[in-house]
Ligand binder design. Structure first.
Ligand SMILES: Cc1cc2nc3c(=O)[nH]c(=O)nc-3n(C[C@H](O)[C@H](O)[C@H](O)COP(=O)(O)OP(=O)(O)OC[C@H]3O[C@@H](n4cnc5c(N)ncnc54)[C@H](O)[C@@H]3O)c2cc1C
Length: 269
């Protein structure tokens, strides 16, 4: 079932990181007239509780009708990780990576101004690290970096992280985290170099977990590798295929359930 839609106001926009548009919104949800509702503390988007927390932005305007003039046409939705979250105010922020061939999500972010109202669906996500995970293998493509940084920040003290990130045109700040080894892997078609780099990582001694986010062509073989070659239990993994080459987010959403079913079947599950 779809999550409810809410409206929030843009509080700040930063383009300090080249190619990345950082958008921060107020915590308070707006009422139908655009005013802050009377009981703002109880009128906030759910707090960020999990490392895969994300929201869907409902893109505004006529461009928000998916290729049709029909009023029933679905709005265009674009998904972004909530990278920042302030529990005191409920304010939160996303980082939109802009690509030269980017679609409506990139254009929306580029055209946004402070004070604009944004419609949001969510938040989504459910995965939490256990209190004592041992080692966490974290694998991501460039747009998964906000989620990987959230996972790094959630890493319990004493735990180890092996992080493999695919290089991209954007430089994203990565935290220095005791116990975390970060390896940058050159970009390659379908993320194949990243897949090969993961295959070369020795299986951690003791309990371990995997957090793998990014393009579908990279996530699918890695699920099979982790399940079949490494024997990692499925409840020790959080995998999310964000996007697929050559399809926009609508086309990807339409095929994603089948893709996920096939990916799970690939691993014999
Ligand atoms: C859970 C989740 C969290 C996400 N978090 C973030 C985030 O924090 N920041 C962020 O920037 N993105 C994030 N994404 C990815 C983002 O939702 C997609 O990249 C989205 O398709 C971008 O929309 P668009 O309108 O710019 O491009 P679309 O209209 O969807 O696509 C246009 C073209 O660009 C290609 N394309 C789409 N995404 C990429 C990409 N990442 N790299 C290269 N080509 C691409 C498509 O295949 C298509 O050919 C997340 C996705 C998910 C599912």
């Amino acid at each position: 079932m779809s999550k409810p839609m809410h409206q929030v106001r843009v509080a700040a926009i930063s383009k300090a990181l080249p190619g990345i548009i950082s958008i921060d919104v107020d915590g308070d949800l707006l009422d139908a007239d655009g005013g802050v509702a009377a009981a703002p503390r109880s009128n906030r988007l759910e707090p960020r509780r999990c490392v895969d927390d994300h929201v869907k932005i409902v893109l505004p305007g006529p461009a928000g009708q998916a290729g049709s003039d029909s009023p029933e046409a679905s709005p265009l939705l674009r998904t972004y990780t909530r990278r920042r979250y302030d529990p005191a105010t409920g304010a939160w922020g996303i980082d939109v990576f802009v690509f030269p061939h980017g679609g409506p999500g990139s254009s929306w972010a580029a055209g946004l101004a402070v004070g604009d109202v944004v419609t949001v669906r969510g938040p989504g996500g459910h995965w939490q690290l256990p209190a004592d995970p041992g080692t966490v293998l974290m694998v991501g493509d460039p747009v998964a970096q906000p989620a990987i940084v959230n996972a790094l920040e959630a890493l319990p003290q004493g735990a180890r992280a092996i992080v493999l990130l695919e290089e991209g045109p954007h430089r994203y700040p990565l935290p220095e985290r005791p116990g975390a080894e970060i390896q940058m892997v050159p970009s390659s078609p379908g993320g194949s170099a990243l897949v090969e780099a993961v295959r070369r990582v020795p299986t951690p001694a003791g309990p371990w977990w995997a957090f793998v986010h990014g393009q579908a062509d990279m996530v699918r073989p890695l699920r099979r590798h982790l399940r079949v070659d490494r024997g990692l239990p499925k409840d020790h993994m959080n995998l999310s295929a964000y996007w697929i080459s050559g399809r926009d987010a609508e086309a990807w959403r339409a095929m994603k359930s089948d893709f996920n079913r096939q990916m799970i079947a690939d691993s014999g599950d």
